[in-house]
Write a new protein. Structure first.
Length: 237
């Protein structure tokens, strides 16, 4: 048995990378930022909240043995990779890249005027050295129905992109003012408030950029504030 833990991490306490073209907040150790006590939560290794300026971005670079999910909040992001995949990611279009035994890709802001704001998340795969792969899926219709919607799943959820990790599901919600949902009851859950604010039962108010790491914490209620909220939750075995 595990003792229930609800660990709140405020947005302004995250690691911060700020350079002319990028403003990024990291929930876990990333790049030059390292804390041996903050490397992951469950299977989630990266939760980067990125704002990329117009006409700039992440030039072609490699990845290996990682399931990478990108979720755009505002603007557009252009993806290209060595498998020949290319396209524009926009709000509500879920995108997954399985790095497998190796893939190179770029992520650029194609706009000449508007910044792009997105969250990039990495989880460990359940099988290493697989063939690299790519998938994208528009789930705006499902999100519009309210509640929590599976964005990326290793459990075969309908209307979700597939990830190579049977122990993980990414849920998303565009919660209307006052809308309430139950946190998934799992061994590990990572809740991230991407936009707006909400109240978590037993923990209090969460602002944009705040996150909560729940361990064996049951299924507390999350209620959006009067302005609504967009949230991302990783449910992990």
């Amino acid at each position: 048995m595990m003792n229930p833990i609800v660990d709140i991490r405020r947005g302004n306490e995250r690691f911060h990378t700020k350079i002319p073209w990028l403003n990024s907040r990291h929930s876990f150790s990333f790049s030059s930022h390292y804390d041996p006590e903050n490397t992951h939560h469950g299977l989630l290794l990266v939760n980067n909240d990125d704002i990329v300026q117009p006409g700039t971005g992440f030039m072609t670079h490699p990845h290996q043995d990682m399931e990478i999910v990108t979720w755009v909040l505002e603007g557009e992001l252009e993806h290209k990779d060595t498998l020949g995949n290319a396209g524009i990611i926009y709000p509500g279009l879920a995108q997954r890249m399985s790095a497998g035994r190796g893939i190179w890709h770029s992520e650029m802001n194609p706009s000449g005027r508007k910044a792009v704001h997105f969250v990039q998340m990495w989880v460990l795969p359940d099988t290493e050295r697989i063939d690299p792969g790519y998938q994208q899926l528009d789930i705006n219709k499902e999100l519009g129905r309210g509640g929590l919607v599976p964005i990326a799943s290793g459990k075969g959820h309908h209307a979700a992109i597939a990830i190579r990790q049977k122990g993980a599901v990414l849920w998303g919600g565009r919660l209307q003012p006052g809308e309430s949902v139950a946190i998934p009851d799992a061994r590990f859950v990572h809740l991230f408030v991407a936009k707006g604010s909400a109240d978590l039962e037993g923990a209090g108010k969460l602002e944009q950029g705040d996150s909560v790491r729940l361990t064996a914490a049951g299924a507390p209620k999350l209620k959006a504030d009067p302005a609504g909220a967009e949230v991302l939750l990783w449910e992990m075995a």
